[in-house]
Design a protein. Sequence first.
Lengths: 127, 883
Amino acid sequence: MTTTAYAPARTVLRVEIRTAAGWHPVCDLGVLTPGRGVAALLPDGTQAAVFLGRTGDAYAIGNRDPFTGAYVLSRGLVGSAPSPQGSRPFVASPLLKQRFDLATGRCLDDDEVAVPAYQVRIAEVAA
Amino acid sequence: MAPTTTATTAHPPRTIVLVGHGMVGQRFLEALAEHRVTDSARVVVFCEEPRPAYDRMHLTSYFSGTTPDGLSVTPAGFMAEHGIELHVGDPAAAVDRAARTVTSAAGRTVAYDVLVLATGSYPFVPPVPGKDARGCFVYRTIEDVLAIEAYAQGATAGVVVGGGLLGLEAAGALKGLGLRTHIVEFAPRLMPVQVDEGGGAALRRTIGDLGLDVHTGVAGKEIRTDAAGAVAGMELSDGSAVAADLVVFSAGVRPRDGLAREAGLDVGERGGIAVDERCRTSDPAVYAIGECAQAADGRVYGLVAPGYEMAETAAAAIAAGPAPAPPAAPAAVAKTFTGADTSTKLKLLGVGVASFGDALGAADGCLDVVYSDSRAGLYKKLVVDRDGTLLGGVLVGDTDAYGVLRPLTGSVPPVPPEQLVLPPGAGAPAALGPAALPDDAVVCNCHNVTKAAVRGAVADHDCTTVREVEKCTRAGSGCGSCEKVLTALVNDELAARGVAVDTGLCRCFAHTRTELYEIVRVKRISSYVRLLDEHGREEARSGDGCEVCKPAVASILASLAPVIGADGYVLDGEQGALQDTNDHFLANLQRNGSYSVVPRVPGGEITPEKLIVLGEVARDFGLYTKITGGQRVDLFGARVDQLPAIWARLVDAGFESGHAYGKALRTVKSCVGSTWCRYGVQDSVRMAIDLELRYRGLRSPHKLKAAVSGCSRECAEAQSKDFGIIATAAGWNLYVCGNGGATPRHADLLAQDLADDELIRLVDRFLMFYIRTADRLERTSVWLERLEGGLGHLRDVVVGDSLGIAAELEEQMAAHVAHYRDEWAATLADPERLARFVSFVNAPGVPDPSVRFVPERDQVKPDLTLLSGPAIPVRGTLEGAPA
């Protein structure tokens, strides 16, 4: 470690999604609003919906609403549903209001339906 | 049961004429409509009074603030809906039975197939010398009440002749007008027909304690008059005299059978048009119902419940067919009226009085069980026979047990009778609940609804509230005395069925929207998270909330923003995360993920220049355009990243947000009004613009639509709006709580002939009261149906300020008006706020490739083939995401 002790490196917190090609940066954490989502374009052209929960956890699922085909899940409202494992965050589609578990992508209102769920991490990187 | 008897099929539609439009007459019309007789028959009604049927039983409530309209029992639009011709202020003057015609006082002659007399009764005025002097009144109609009120100005004392039900009502009215009040009753006790000596004594003590002078066992001998011929006092038969400025005769009623007598119909010896068990008079084409009729049991009933039953009986008989062929008629299905229960419960001068069954103990060998506490003004007597069967009773001072005791009459109660009259805490077991009632017990006497029917409404018709049960069964919609028992029964039944009555907004809040509104207002909470953590359900605290409560709370915060010191701009900070996507992007999400844009066009008035701008913007951005029902233009097909550029052009041209995306005021539609229209009587366009600019941006439990029509032709369709205004020669009529859509509802008239400022004040109050008390996503029409007390209560609050909150509501609206800003202008002015309007957070310049369009009828439509996409991976979790 030869970096100077007097000028610590400036870093930012960055949200990254894991794709087949590895961790893909999406945006700075500060861009996200708790309880709201944004859409991100992945290298293969698919769309992900990225959310921030109230406690600062980030989640990502597919942006396509399987019930309507529209790419809108990132514009839904985030909530949390009680479960045996504690409360689990979900997003409600802005079109027909079906809810999707943010961690698994499973639809809470229809067992037969799910959307992709992505692993997300918050990385501290040099600014 | 349409009249399908073969004998009539070849004939023109029947004409049914009803003479008299009181409570019983109105019930008869409703029963006719229920039997669908009104679908085919012509129905003509003559009504002597200047207003349609109203609640005569609650006449005295006029003095506690109920308006004459608030007493109405005629649903708005009822006559029009069923095609009934109602002539108010035009009594029937003659009946020609040979020609089968009725002629009215105004000279209308109508030929009838069936005539129904519901002429009611008239007040009996004893032949006291001076009874016609100025200052003598009767107590029967709203006009009587208005006349007494006017005359009482400047009077100091009054005499009520008659100490029965109506007399005590009238005495209460005089007392309420601030007069020293005497009650003169010929019988040795008050309410001689209903209560026994002990009950009368308790009643007399309590009423005396209230400051009224009770004279029993005496009659009025002569009315003294002053030099001008006005009432000055009354001499009584015992030689005493009282000073008084007015006299109200309330000494009973007599059946109004004059019209029937002149027509040669049979009448009873002591009056009353004689009818059989189907309510038919001696002429089979003529029926008589209510207080004007002498029933088949030889009695004349002066109560509303038997009147209603007679109305239903007559309507059923008329519906069954015009051919009176008694031998062929299947007796089993025909409804008959052979007599009725005359039980009553009411509050007179604040004192509860009830009597039921054989109250006076007339049956042979019956026994009394009496509890009396003169100090507390309590008197309770039950009449039982030797084997314990309850025959009747009298309750004075505490009538809570009436709801259970009356239905038990005729059976052996499950507990000894003395326990039924002891007050709670006096060694008596817990009060006998409605659970003890047998299933066939009649809970609502007015509409003859049994306990089994109430339970069935919950069990089989999925009613979950008293209000719904009331709608389903009619129980509780008459005199209202069964309300308590009804509530208990409904709750018992819900509990028995395991229905937890959870009125909470959602899984996060156990409070209703109204309660949350009050919490936010009183505690000045401007943060959703704080509200959730402090007032949410235990298990929901510190969670993320849900899609139900977030927008609801966002709406409350926006409505109250000026009051609680929150930011009125709906997208900043935490508030931004609460909004549905429409509010979040200030535009309306459409099925392919694109948005539509609706600029405000106040009152539907727009300049050619602005119209051209709308066209140019739509053309330049490739938007589909459609004219909306609210007199503006909807521009469809904008990508989220196009919204700021579109709005920059619109704001530049002077447009502002139309709030089509919000639960907020949408439009105030108008007709062209007196400026151009040859029929218009007021400038409806100007009023519509004023209202739209005043209430624009107002967040509410659901969207609000309004309209202003410039004359009674109603081209703006104001009566289908949340608030609608129709011009009159003298000003504006205000209608409220209308709706179009899936469940249309005609708006109700709230107030008439208002000046501009009066109109705006009432709309201010109405809207803020709605915002304060409505449920989430509850339109005004549904809200009014649910509102306890209905239109009468709404009018009391909004017009009469019965809750004393009018000033506060007006202040709130003034704050809204003062704090209004255009959301789109504010968004465009702030780069941070604009940052969200991108398709992709990591590729701000890239448009969403899934939002594409194809041509249709010279415009565009969404290309839905792009959305069908690849198969959805079922239960798929990619890349080892946590399960």
